[in-house]
Write a protein that binds this ligand. Sequence first.
Ligand code: NDP
Length: 288
Amino acid sequence: MAATIIDGKKLAAEIREKLKAEIQELSDRGITPGLAVVLVGENPASKKYVASKEKTCQQLGIQSFGHKLPETTSQAELLKLIDELNADEKVHGILVQLPLPKGLDAKEVMHRIAPEKDVDGFGPHSLGALMLDEPGFIPCTPHGAMKMLEAYGIDPAGKKAVVVGRSIIVGKPLAMLLLRKNATVTMCHSKTPDLKAECLSADILCVAVGRAKMISGDMVKEGAAVIDIGINVGPDGKLVGDVDFQAAKERAGFITPVPGGAGPMTIAMLMYNTVLAAKTRAGLKMSF
Ligand code: NDP
């Protein structure tokens, strides 16, 4: 039986709708949530992501402050901008689009963002809170993945979850979130000897590698929930995930499409974190 397709686009729209009420509550108090979006260099994919984040801000009534810096920007100049944004009252969240051009140290930049403005959740404070099961900014892509599981009634408790990819942006935080929800979690990476066997054991299979269709249909357990986070450009110029969607959907119970799965959810959760930052500063709680 073909899998249920997890509609990230629809779910993201629902989250944006709910956020509108939160933004109205802030607006009633004279507060407009503000997101600073920093883009360094000319990476075409990064430009596209930044444009789509800024457009979503606009649609929701979040003020976006775009900072487009040249490829030649030095680490000191970038850190100076972060310091200014940290001090700017109108800015509730700071996003520095990754990857940064060669020669810039992303880790140092993430460390510099004020913890209360770290809406991407990549700084040590946010990641520490995640490890400690304390409230904080959850990185947007893993957060979106968890929301998709929740929306389709897939409870990780007691299940075997396999996360392929161990980046700080996706794989590691996603594994922590699945663990928090009581899954038994295995993390796979480029040194994992038998990836197929690991994947076949997964009730929940999450893939964030960046290799088109690397997970073939025969690597998916019958009935598994498959969350494909990869974004790759196929030979025809179209976007494809890390999972062979057509083959995998014949075996999976649930599967996310690419595009239309993790992508829109990531942006929705960035908006969530920005509103959370603004509400927290105002001493207000999120209603969801
Ligand atoms: P990274 O390049 O930082 O990490 C890739 C991970 O994949 C690494 O842990 C690496 O292992 C692992 N890996 C590489 N080759 C293999 C292999 N043959 N078998 C098993 N594991 C392997 O990528 P990101 O996490 O930043 O991104 C992953 C994908 O997700 C990309 O396609 C990216 O575009 C997409 N993405 C999508 C987002 C969205 O909004 N939908 C947001 C963020 C990312 P090792 O650590 O050993 O090198």
